[in-house]
Design a binder for this molecule. Structure first.
Ligand code: MTE
Length: 318
């Protein structure tokens, strides 16, 4: 595939031992330790260390190998999480979610479709061919990671339910089980967590449903057993532990837009030129690195997705 997005096809999947040796390399280089030290200093909003620009305008091949080299250590992906159903403290999510029951699991897919279906997670794993995609993930809080996801295009699942011509948006919902998710006792948040995409965004090849990362089944803290990944948007769009997908005619409400519409819009496309009202989005802190990087328009995926927004005012896409 001749894109900068780096979807890898099954033939290109990196064997796990290579990941593990990459991880060992990071450990030996002390990068994991440096990353861990930074985490404690971060908090939930942007920090303001000086920006060191990274090389840009790489060719697709250069970009592929450069993204592979940038992989975030598995330990960091598993231990620094936003998952408010468990905790607002990123470093407590893994512990609080360790007994989360992600099996049995069913996703209900319906709304404006000709063929509504309930899929068990086993049916999903059996019916769709899982590939690997190494994507940047950029949180709205101005930190980022590079994650080797395992998953399949959301478009495949949508094809199976056959949207009607009236379907224009896709709405997603996370499980809300107060017995398992202590964060739900915080009544200030509009549970369940919900998200949405325009149908053409949902059908874009970069948009995947993920069932694993680093070749392992998805951990609870990362959204087991299945979560969305939309790499050109801020991370809050990538909703975890999905139980419901619904095709709609109207733009759905989303969790963060309901809470603070001026801070977190429906589109949430990564844009270094449009600041969050409380911090700059021009640069980001890559977990495991010491210096900041410039944030890329559409998180580096402009070639694949900028056309979706032609003629729209960028200010409305934040
Ligand atoms: N999905 C649900 N259900 N609840 C959440 O709190 N947090 C979002 C997103 N999906 C969140 C969620 C945010 S803000 C980010 S940055 C990513 O998940 C973080 O994903 P990760 O913990 O796997 O890195």
């Amino acid at each position: 595939m001749d894109t900068k997005s780096i979807p890898l096809h099954p033939s290109e999947v990196t064997p796990k031992d290579q990941y593990l040796s990459r991880r060992d390399f990071l450990k030996q280089a002390g990068i994991v330790t440096a990353g861990a030290a930074l985490l404690a200093a971060c908090g939930t909003s942007a920090d303001e260390t000086p920006v060191t620009p990274v090389p840009q305008n790489l060719s697709a091949d250069q970009e592929t190998s450069s993204l592979f080299k940038e992989l975030t250590a598995e330990e960091s992906i598993l231990s620094y999480n936003n998952y408010y159903e468990f905790s607002t403290d990123k470093e407590r999510v893994a512990k609080l979610s360790k007994d989360f029951q992600s099996s049995p699991w069913t996703i209900e897919v319906g709304g404006l479709v000709n063929n509504p279906q309930n899929f068990s997670i086993e049916e999903i794993l059996g019916n769709f061919s899982i590939e690997e995609r190494i994507y940047r993930m950029r949180c709205v809080e101005a930190w980022s990671m590079v994650i080797p996801w395992n998953g399949f295009p959301l478009a495949e699942l949508l094809k199976a339910v056959d949207p009607t011509p009236d379907a224009k948006f896709v709405r997603f919902e996370t499980l809300a089980d107060p017995d398992q998710m202590p964060g739900l006792s915080n009544g200030l948040y509009p549970w369940p967590y919900q998200e949405g995409l325009r149908l053409d965004e949902a059908l874009n090849d970069l948009t995947i449903l993920s069932t694993g990362l680093y070749g392992e089944t998805l951990a609870s803290q990362n959204g087991a057993p299945i979560r969305l990944v939309v790499p050109w948007k801020y991370g809050f769009k990538s909703i975890k532990s999905i139980v419901k997908i619904e095709l709609t005619a109207e733009q759905p409400s989303t969790f963060w837009e309901d809470i603070a519409p001026k801070e977190y819009g429906f589109y949430a496309n990564v844009n270094p030129e449009i600041d969050h009202p409380r911090w700059s989005q021009a640069s980001e802190r890559r977990i495991g690195e010491l210096q900041r990087r410039d944030t890329l328009p559409f998180n580096g995926y402009a070639e694949e997705v900028a056309h979706l927004y032609e003629g729209m005012d960028p200010a409305t896409l934040y």
